[in-house]
Design a protein around this ligand. Structure first.
Ligand SMILES: Nc1ncnc2c1ncn2[C@@H]1O[C@H](COP(=O)(O)OP(=O)(O)OP(=O)(O)O)[C@@H](O)[C@H]1O
Ligand SMILES: [Mg+2]
Length: 364
C-alpha cells in the first residue's frame, strides 16, 4: 500500500436527471486522515458510497490501491464503512459484535475472540468484551463500531459522520481518539463531516464540497488561509466580505472599488481591471485604528458598533458599515474596552485581504 490509495477519476454520479456528484477527480493518499466537508446534500455520502461499492459511478472510475473497482461489490473491496447512524447488534456481546465480520470469513471462534480482544484493546476497551452494547456509553459504543469495522482489516475505513449522534463533549473527546486509532493502525481514514472544527482539527487534508463539486483540497492551514473560492472562504470560518469591482492592479495585488472605499488585497484569482470581485477579511485580521497610535493598516473604513460578545480571552465586536455587517475579533485587553461604542475607524493590512472573483457564498 503505497502512494495513492483511493482515486476518483472523472467520476460522475447521476440519479435520474439529477447530478449528485459532478465530473471530478479526487486522490487520497495511503495512510492519510482525509476529511470531506460540506453542507447537507452536497454529495458527501454519495462519494463514500461510490468508494465502498454500494453504488457504481454513472461515468468515470473508482480505483483503490491502483485497481479499478468496477463490478466489485462492497464485500469485495478493501474498504469498511461506518454509517451515519451506527447500529450494534444489541443481543450480542461487545466482542461478538467486533468479531461479526470474521465468522463469514471462516475464522474459528477462539481466533475470533482473540482478534476481537486485540481490537478492543486498540480502541481502549480492553476487558470489556463480555458486556452488552447497552452497558456502554455512547462514546464506547462508537469505539466498538470502529473496532468492528477494523476487524476485516480494510485498507480504507470510510466514516460517515460517525460522531454526529454524540453530545458535544464526547464528540470532542472522540476526535483525538479517532486520530489516535488512525495513527496506530495506519489505515486510510476517509471521514465525512459537516462540522468544520472536526475537519480542521483531525485531518491531514480536507476536501471542501459544494453542490456536488469538490471546490478545494488542502491542509487545514491551506483551506483557512488560502481559500480558492468565495464558498470555501465563507464556509470555513468567518469572513467579512466587501463586494466591488477591480479598479487597479499592482504587484500581485488588486485594488477593489467598493461602496465603503478602495481596498487593496492579494489578487488570488488573477483578476483584471473591471472584474466583479469580493474582498475577504477574517474577523481576527480586522483591528481598531487609534488616532494617537501608529498604524500600518493599509485599508481603512468607518463602522458603527452594534454589539459586543465576551468570550473570555476574546471579544467579538459586531459593527455596521453603511449596511454591511462586520465582525471583529479582538483579544480581551486594553485593545477591546468594554465601553467601545459609536462610530469607529477600522483597518486591515493589505496582506490580510484576499480578493477573489465574485461568486456564491456559503449560506446564500
Ligand atoms: N439514491 C438516490 N436517489 C436520488 N437522489 C439521491 C440519492 N442519493 C442521494 N441523492 C441526492 O443526492 C444529493 C447528495 O446526497 P448525499 O447523501 O450525498 O448528501 P450529503 O452531503 O451526504 O448530505 P448530509 O450531510 O445531509 O448527509 C442530495 O440532493 C440527495 O437528495
Ligand atoms: Mg450524508
Amino acid at each position: 500500500m503505497h502512494g495513492k490509495n483511493v482515486e476518483l477519476r472523472e467520476a460522475v454520479m447521476r440519479f435520474g436527471d439529477f447530478t449528485a456528484v459532478h465530473r471530478g477527480d479526487l486522490e487520497i493518499e495511503a495512510g492519510e486522515f482525509f476529511s470531506i466537508l460540506g453542507p447537507s446534500g452536497c454529495g458527501k455520502t454519495t462519494i463514500l458510497r461510490m468508494i465502498s461499492g454500494f453504488i457504481e459511478p454513472s461515468e468515470g472510475q473508482v480505483l483503490i490501491g491502483g485497481e479499478d473497482m468496477r463490478g466489485r461489490g462492497p464485500n469485495n473491496r478493501p474498504t469498511a464503512l461506518i454509517f451515519q447512524n451506527l447500529a450494534l447488534f444489541p443481543l450480542m456481546t461487545v466482542w461478538e459484535n467486533v468479531a461479526f465480520g470474521l465468522e463469514a470469513r471462516g475464522v474459528d471462534k477462539a481466533a475470533r475472540r482473540k482478534r476481537a480482544e486485540e481490537l478492543l484493546a486498540l480502541v481502549d476497551l480492553g476487558g470489556q468484551g463480555g458486556k452488552k452494547p447497552t452497558e456502554l456509553s455512547g462514546g464506547q459504543r462508537q469505539r466498538v463500531a470502529i473496532a468492528r469495522a477494523l476487524a476485516v482489516e480494510p485498507s480504507v475505513l470510510l466514516l460517515d459522520e460517525p460522531l454526529s449522534a454524540l453530545d458535544l463533549k464526547l464528540r470532542q473527546h472522540m476526535r483525538s481518539e479517532l486520530r489516535e486509532i488512525q495513527r496506530k493502525t495506519g489505515v486510510t481514514f476517509v471521514f465525512i463531516t459537516h462540522d468544520q472544527g472536526e475537519a480542521l482539527t483531525m485531518s491531514d487534508r480536507v476536501a471542501v464540497m459544494n453542490h456536488g463539486r469538490v471546490e478545494q483540497v488542502g491542509t487545514a492551514d491551506e483551506i483557512y488561509l488560502n481559500p480558492k473560492t468565495p464558498f470555501v472562504a465563507t464556509f470555513v470560518g468567518q469572513q467579512n466580505v466587501f463586494r466591488g469591482k477591480v479598479a487597479g492592479l499592482e504587484d500581485g495585488m488588486a485594488q477593489v472599488e467598493t461602496p465603503l472605499g478602495r481596498f487593496l488585497g492579494l489578487n488570488g484569482d488573477g483578476l483584471g481591471v473591471g472584474d466583479d470581485a469580493m474582498v475577504f477579511v477574517r474577523p481576527e485580521r480586522l483591528g481598531l485604528i487609534r488616532p494617537e497610535g501608529e498604524n500600518c493598516l493599509g485599508n481603512q473604513l468607518e463602522a458603527e458598533v452594534e454589539g459586543r460578545e465576551l468570550e473570555g480571552p476574546f471579544v467579538n465586536m459586531f459593527l455596521n458599515a453603511q449596511g454591511t455587517p462586520l465582525t471583529m475579533h479582538l483579544t480581551n485587553s486594553a485593545e477591546a474596552p468594554a465601553q467601545l461604542a459609536g462610530q469607529q475607524r477600522l483597518g486591515f493590512r493589505c496582506e490580510d485581504a484576499l480578493v477573489l472573483r465574485a461568486g456564491d457564498l456559503a449560506d446564500e
